[in-house]
Structure formats: C-alpha cells, structure tokens
Design a protein. Sequence first.
Length: 305
Amino acid sequence: MVKLGVLGFSPANGHPYSFSAIINGYNRNAFLKTEWVGILNYLEKRSPSEFSELDAKVTHIWTQFPALSHEIADCCNIENIVDDYLNMIGYVDGIIIARDDYELHKELAQHFLDAGIPVFIDKPLTLDREELNWYKPYYEKGLIMSCSGLRHCQELDPVRNSLDLYGDVRLVRAAVINDWEKYGIHMLDATLGIWDQNANSIQCISNNNYDSYLLEFENDLTVQIDTLGPDVVAFSYEVFGTKLCQKFEIRDNFTSFKRTLALFVEQIKTTKPALDWQSLNRSISILIAGRQAKKAQSKVIVNYE
C-alpha cells in the first residue's frame, strides 16, 4: 500500500479534506464541526464502497496551523500529525501538496523532490516560466504530477470517448467561478483533456464583474473561458459542433478527484508520469499568457519555451 503525506492549507481550498477523505474514508461527526459541510454533503452521496478503494492511505498530515491539522486528521482518519512537514521524509511514499497558493509550491516540494519522493502539486503548479523550467527534470523522472481534476471529470466522458459524433467542433464555451489564475485551469485542463494541442493566442476582455478569455488553437478550435468572480458558482462547459451541440454542468468533484488521485498512485508505483511534460507545459504556458492578456487587454501569443 502506498503511504501518502498531505500538506495544506490555503484559504477557501478544501482539498486537504476532500482528497484525504476519498483515500481514507471520513468521520461524519468530525466533518459536521467544520466549515466544510459542503464537502461532507457530496461525500455522503457516495456508496461506502467507493472510499478507500485506492491502494493508498494518507498516513501523515501537516498544515501551518496545528489545530487545523488535528481537524483534518479527525475528519479523514489520518494517524500521524507532524509539526514539520520534512519529518514525513522516510515515512511516506508520496506527497500531496493540497494548496493552491502556487507561489509556495516550489518551497514546499523541493526537499521531497530532492529526496526522490513523488509529489502531487495542486493546481496551478506555477505561473512563472523560470520556475516551470526548474520543475522539468523532476517531472520527467516521474516525481511530479499537477493538473486540475476536471481533466478527468466524468461529465465530459461523452466528448472524450465519442468526439466524432460532434462533427467539426467550431466553438467550446466554458464558465467558471473565481479568477483566471487559480480557476481558469479547471476549464483549460478540461479542454486539454479532450484536445491536447497548442493554443496559438489568447486575448482577454474584462467587464465590470468578470473576465472573458478567447483562445485560438492550432487546429482552428476556438475556446472561450469566462471567469465569473466569487459570486457565481459555475462549472459549465458547452461544445458546439456541426453535428451535435451539447452543454454539460460539471458537479461530480468526487469522481474527478478520485480519478486524478488514482493516476498519482499509479505514477508512484511505476515512476512514469501520468501526463507527459508537453501536456503540463501547454497548460501552464497558456495560463501565463492569459495573465499577460488580462494585463494588456489585448491578444497575446502563447510562448511555450
């Protein structure tokens, strides 16, 4: 069984709870005492048999707040709480950095990577080109995995598995809560999980309450991603083809996360990257260009080097 350590926490990100619960199972009474009842609600919709199915167990937890570490441990049946995350070295087979404050990802991951311990790093991995290049040799050794769970969401299985039914897809239109830097990757990775190709350019138009990003891909696909800010809870995805048009509401976080975690566990076992470097580089490069496009309020050519 693969032993995992979880590092958290960043504001408004419940992934330390959800990831750990999917792997270990959960304690309902402990969850009811937290602010994460929304996570409990979707956990309780699942059959007990769907938990603890992965050949893995979260054995260690660290956050920057000891009381929070105890709370997560109680909710998710984690046996060991550490006061220094480096104390996990020698006791775990892999690490999950379950925080989306990408500015700290390298600092948190570096000692584990140097020790040869594979690390799953929450989305987005980084928004800095130099830092992305720093990760590359570790990534190619199978020591890093990073993506949005929506790359593997079940709602888009019909598109991934039967793309020909849509004919010539002219437009994809997606809308997501919050901003481009932390949530744009959800819809970007959902798209790249279907069409894993380069975007040539991206432009941004900012309105009073949201930002609209228009991506032109090298296969002539146009993708529009609207980031709607904190007040509109949306994970919507539309595909417009010459034979079929369809809209999807992406709500099954459990399956998205579980599929992603299963790939990471398999990566630990095989040392083979679950996604190739080109796929990660494509995703992060487009995110970086999107941030530049918002600042410039104009079209930006995506740089992949």
